[in-house]
Structures are given as structure tokens and as C-alpha cells.
Design a protein around this ligand. Sequence first.
Ligand code: SF4
Length: 389
Amino acid sequence: MDAGLKRELEAKVYAGERLSREDGVALYDSDDLAWLGRLAQHRRTERNGDRVMFNVNRHLNLTNVCSASCAYCSFQRKPGEKDAYTMRIDEAVRKAKEMEDEQLTELHIVNGLHPTLPWRYYPKVLRELKAALPKVKLKAFTATEVQWFEKISGLTADEILDELMDAGLESLTGGGAEIFDWEVRQHIVDHACHWEDWSRIHRLAHSKGMKTPSTMLYGHIEEPRHRVDHVLRLRELQDETGGFVVFIPLRYQHDFVDSADGKIRNRIQARTTMAAPAESLKTFAVSRLLFDNVPHVKCFWVMHGLSVAQMSLNFGVDDLDGSVVEYKITHDADSYGTPNTMHRDDLLHLIWDAGFQPVERNTRYEVVREYDPAPSLAQRRAEPQQVWA
Ligand code: SF4
């Protein structure tokens, strides 16, 4: 990058000025990773100090049966396929109850677009989960699922959200966003929920007082300009509603044939590579710099491995998700040896070892507990942590 442009961008960041579309593309053009990290870290520290938030949650996927066939998805199964499953309500409750002694504060529930499950199933499952685990917040369903519920129920999203909230819904999840630009989206997304509906449903959720996450799936066939466009759409909606609490860049995954039937379902795998760690760190940094009105940027460590997760804390990230005891969607597409179970203590040590203060939060990002600041580097090295994958 031209030294003059670099100085100009740096001056904008340190003056707290909003970055433009061109600035975003220029930042992605830079190969100076340390510089990008320093700028993002400046923005992150201004907002969140040296705190790193996490929550203790469990991911629950009620069904992997899906009417759509998104090109990148290794999770979905068609009815009758060997490892297709749909949980009965009592089964979902039993699985959630198994986590009770983990003191989980949140259940994160996303699912396939099941062709025959009736709409009534969804509020019912929330009600029963809430009755069984009254202290646990239910973060459930993508905007894509809500739009699917409109289709199968004949109700409006407004009525659907009211009923789901009455049944115990605390927040929608941020999924289904992928990349909004149609130039890319038309090649990877196979359902009917695009920017217009995704933003309509999150806007509606925000108007009802919900705080929701936002996401972006990166590192497949998109170019940096598409990532910039994606974030700017979210930033504009955030200016309007203020309802997004976090932004989560999700790393596109290859399908590593660990499913029972040995099939590769990812249809763009042959012409794509997965984003390397440097690309992921750059994406975290540029996202933090561009999405200036979102409070938090999260690293979903299951998709990155623990080393990148730890490094991301120096590239604009201030939130780690989470204590996952079971997570099917990504682990159907991950053969990196990343553990699929992390507990509170594991996360605390991961954060301290990176030099930050862990703060446990709930679904709305309210503080549950502040832990001690990180011990000094000398103390940390005197008692080395286990080597993270
Ligand atoms: S990404 Fe979601 S909607 Fe698309 S095929 Fe997979 S489960 Fe279905």
C-alpha cells in the first residue's frame, strides 16, 4: 500500500473517523498484518479495554433435515438419508438437561429448514426447554428460519416473533447472512432469505427490544469488496436500529468426510480453499475497523482453532464463543483437531494466557462475572499453560 494512503487511513482511525467503502477495500489490500492488527486493536481497546467476553452455552441442532441445498453446507441432509435426524421435544430437553451442571447460561439453537415439521413444534420446544431450564436464555433460529416459519405457518414474522418471545425466545441467532451481495449469494445460497428479508426480520426483532448477533461467511468465492459491502449494509442497519450486539466473521469450511455416509456435500469445495490464519486475522481486523458502531467482534473458536482464537484477541476481537459441548454444523466440516468441548476453566486460561481479562457475559452481553486481570507475563511463563491446538 502507498505510504501516503497508509498515513491517511491511520489518521482517520486515530481520529475516530468513519471509514468508507474505498477505505475498507484498501485495508484488505494491505499485506501489513501487524499494522492492521495495531489499528484494530486501537479501536477495540477504546471500546472494550483489555476485557474479553465469553459465555457458557450449548449449541443444539434440533434437525439436520433441510429443504435447501446451500452450496457450502455440509450439515444438511435430505429426508431418509442415513444420518438425517430430527429430535423429539423430550429428546431436545434431555440433551439440554445434560448440561445443567455446566452452569450454562445460554442455549444456541439453529436447524435445517425441515420440510414437514409443523410450525407448532418450534414454540413448543422453546416452552419445554424454558420450563426445564428456567435460568437458561434461549438464543434460537436464524432469520432464514423465521422466514421459513412464515411460509409454513401463514403467519407474519411479527406474529411469529411474538409467539416465540412468549415461549421464551431471548434472541435470534445471526446466521443465514453469509455474503449479502447477490453477485456471490446467487451461487452459494439455496433458500429464499436474502438481504431484504434478513434485514427485515432483524429490524423487526430490534423493534421488539431484542439484541441480535450479525455474521458473515468469508473465505469462499467472495472477494474483499463483497466483505466490505456486507459489513457496510450491517453498519447502516445498525445506525438505524442499534440492535446488533456483536459481529461474527465465520470462516468457510471444507467438508472433511467425517459424516457417517462419507459423502462430500460441499459443492464449491473443488474450486475453493479455506481462509488461512493470516486472512482470518485480517478479516477480524478490517471488520473491527469498518463496523464502528457494533459493540463487539467475536471469534467462534471452533472454526479457527484455539491458536488463531488467541491471536484474534490482538486483531480487534473481544468476545469468544463459548463453552461448546456439542456443535454439529462446524464439526461436520472440521478435521483440524480443534476440541469440540471447552469449559469455563479452559476459556479462562486461554484468555489470561493471551494477556486479557476474562469477563463472563449473558446473551444480552450483560456482565455475569468479572475475573481477575491477566497475571504478568513472567507469572504466566513460570506456570506455562498447556499448548493449545
Ligand atoms: S445452510 Fe442452512 S438453509 Fe442452507 S442447506 Fe445448510 S442447513 Fe439448509
